[in-house]
Write a protein that binds this ligand. Sequence first.
Ligand SMILES: *Cc1c(COP(=O)(O)O)cnc(C)c1O
Length: 211
Amino acid sequence: MIEDFRNLRNKNGDNVKTIAVSKRSTSEEILSVYNLNHKDFGENRVQDLIVKYNKLPKDINWHMIGHLQRNKVKDIIEFIHLIHSVDSLRLLDQINKESSKKNLKTNILIQVKVSQDVGKYGFLSDELDNVFKNYLSNKYRNINILGLMGMATFTDNISQIESEFSLLSTLYNKYSKMTNLKYLSMGMSGDYLLALKYNSNMIRLGSAIFN
Ligand SMILES: *Cc1c(COP(=O)(O)O)cnc(C)c1O
């Protein structure tokens, strides 16, 4: 139930924002959560995002949390609230270009790959200096970088998950000193309690809310 995730705090005592991941849910199921006064929903496919955006109330904040192809950026740029999954310099350039055409400033998170799982996307931690160097030199005038996003390895090994969350948290603190960051998007249904221990302030929950 969404009520269980409304007033969470992380170890630092900061408020935690919960994104209801609706990628496996119908519009009716989304509406039933929306009607409990929840506005933030996450999807991982552009096609589904567009269908649900068109069908559902316009005051929903839509979060893109899955890998985004560059040619699809233009399809979501006008309504997306936050793109969590920015995982390459080419994608950054494309989002900046499309945002500039429409005179928008798009809110994004930089996805960092800390997981051992193959096929996971994201910048490696040693690539982030370059990303933030570009950003601080005003290369992306139509983008606001609001923080970092990451996923832990899919494993039962808690100490491995903790070390990955700890790394993300360290990186978030490091880049927060250079520019004003707001969100560390880390933690899903299976591992959000561990993420809060490492001061995540945005969690993405699918099964915990919709099942
Ligand atoms: C599906 C998904 C989630 C939510 O997963 P649950 O285990 O259902 O909570 C969170 N983040 C991303 C990037 C996802 O693709």
